[in-house]
Structures are given as structure tokens and as C-alpha cells.
Design a binder for this molecule. Structure first.
Ligand SMILES: [Zn+2]
Length: 261
């Protein structure tokens, strides 16, 4: 998908935050949904692996979000992602048009593009660039600033880290690893401009060193997760997993199941 379209989706999220009167952190997606008469429901705890869904019914909609990670930032991002499907041009039409069949076309064409757009919308909504830049400039560059951003904006650490790399002037690379592999990586434009640096691909082996050694012991990961809630937000950004409609949502022509970050 063209980066330009994703940038437009991010800007659309920022615009919606502003239109609903949010000129400081945190932006509250629940209030935006309420103002549009969109019902928000928590997903039953026994349904795992789906971060959210939107169900269109006539002129209204219901957003369903997951509480299984117990991470408010993750929930906010999921709700904001679903709002993207409501606000972004063409999304409601595509979801309605797609009927139930769209969920089985995993990782293909249009489905993937609207998921990417909704993720970028959510990022712009919860982390408008001017507020993000302001906060980052008042805090230490690096993890401390990212943690402060996540805490202030009520979003996940992953979302804050990626947005910090997008908005900050300082070269930044966000690298997420699992075990001895790279799960995904995101580099800022200023980082890319540094010169000939290796492009980190998903599945590439982690070099032997501190991080690989740290990951080798599950107890380390669990301890860090409990400190930073990182394990509660295990999904890579922009990844979508389309599944059959779960039993808690009547199979609907107008629903969309989503996974966010
Ligand atoms: Zn989605």
C-alpha cells in the first residue's frame, strides 16, 4: 500500500481528535464513539486472539474490544482502530460489501489495506503529531520518553514507540524480537537517512549478544513483561488476522474482526 494513503489515514485520525475537541493528551476514543452513538462492548473473556470488531447495523455501529490482556492502552488502540473503519472514507462500504466472506481472505488485497489504514488512523487519533512532538521534546530521548508518552497518551508502549520514531527528529529504530529472531522492526526516516544500514527483516536471526542472551531465558521475558506490560501487547503492528465470525457475534454481513497493536 502506498505510504501516501497511510499518511492520509494518520492525518484523518489527527483531524478527528481535533474535531472532537481533544487538544491535549489523553485522547479518549470511547468519548468519540459515544458522541457518534456507537455502542462499545467488551468481548467475552473466553474469546481469545481477537482484539476488536466492528458491526454495522443500518446507520449505527457496535464496537467490540478485547480485555484479555488487561492493558488499557491496547484497548484504546483497538477501539481507535475500529473507529478508523467508521470514519475513513470507503471503509464502511467495503466492510458491508464484503459480507462474511472477507474474513476468509486473509492477508490479501483490500482487506489488508483497510487494516493498515485503520492502524494508522488509530495512531494519528491517539498520538497526534503536534502533541507527540511536544511531549517528546520535554522528555528524555529513548525509552524513558517513550514510556512517558505511552503513560500520558493512554496507549500501548509499542504504539508510542513507533509514533515516537515517526514524529521525533532523532534517528530511532524500534526492534521487537522473540526468541532468537526479529519479529519486526521500524526505523524512522532520519534513521534511514543515516546511510547504509542493514534492513532488518522479520525472521532474521538476532546477533549473539545481550538481547539474544536475555531472550533465551523465559524468566527474563516474564519479569520484564510484568514490569512494562509488554507481553500484554504481543501483536506486531499492521498485522491482520481475519477469522471466521466468532460465536459471540452473530454471523453478520456487516462485521469486521480486527487485531491491533
Ligand atoms: Zn480492522
Amino acid at each position: 500500500m502506498a505510504g501516501f494513503q497511510l499518511k492520509i489515514a494518520t492525518q484523518h485520525g489527527e483531524k478527528v481528535a481535533e474535531e472532537f475537541g481533544f487538544n491535549q493528551f489523553p485522547i479518549r476514543p470511547r468519548e468519540i464513539a459515544k458522541a457518534r452513538d456507537i455502542v462499545i462492548q467488551a468481548k467475552p473473556a473466553e474469546v481469545k486472539g481477537v482484539s476488536g470488531a466492528i458491526v454495522f447495523a443500518g446507520d449505527s455501529a457496535t464496537i467490540i474490544y478485547s480485555t484479555e490482556y488487561g492493558n488499557k492502552g491496547f484497548e484504546n488502540f483497538s477501539i481507535a482502530h475500529e473507529l478508523g473503519h467508521w470514519f475513513l472514507p470507503g471503509h464502511p462500504e467495503e466492510i458491508v460489501k464484503g459480507g462474511g466472506a472477507h474474513m476468509s481472505r486473509a492477508h490479501f488485497t483490500q482487506n489488508t489495506s483497510i487494516e493498515l489504514e485503520a492502524d494508522h488512523f488509530a495512531s494519528g487519533l491517539l498520538l497526534p503529531s503536534h502533541l507527540t512532538r511536544k511531549l517528546l521534546s520535554n522528555n528524555q530521548i529513548g525509552l524513558d520518553g517513550i514510556l512517558k508518552l505511552a503513560e500520558t497518551a493512554h496507549c500501548s508502549i509499542t504504539a508510542a514507540a513507533i509514533r515516537a520514531a515517526e514524529c521525533g527528529a532523532y534517528p530511532m529504530a524500534i526492534i521487537v524480537s522473540r526468541g532468537d529472531e526479529i519479529a519486526y522492526a521500524f526505523t524512522s526516516e532520519s534513521f534511514k537517512n543515516l546511510g547504509k544500514l542493514a534492513f532488518l527483516r522479520k525472521g532474521a536471526p538476532l546477533p549473539v549478544g545481550a538481547t539474544r542472551g536475555f531472550n533465551a531465558d523465559a524468566a527474563n521475558v516474564m519479569r520484564a513483561a510484568s514490569s512494562f506490560s509488554l507481553i500484554r501487547n504481543p501483536r506486531p503492528p499492521h498485522r491482520e488476522d481475519h477469522r471466521a465470525a466468532p460465536h459471540w457475534s452473530k454471523p453478520s454481513r456487516y462485521s469486521r474482526i480486527c487485531q491491533g497493536r
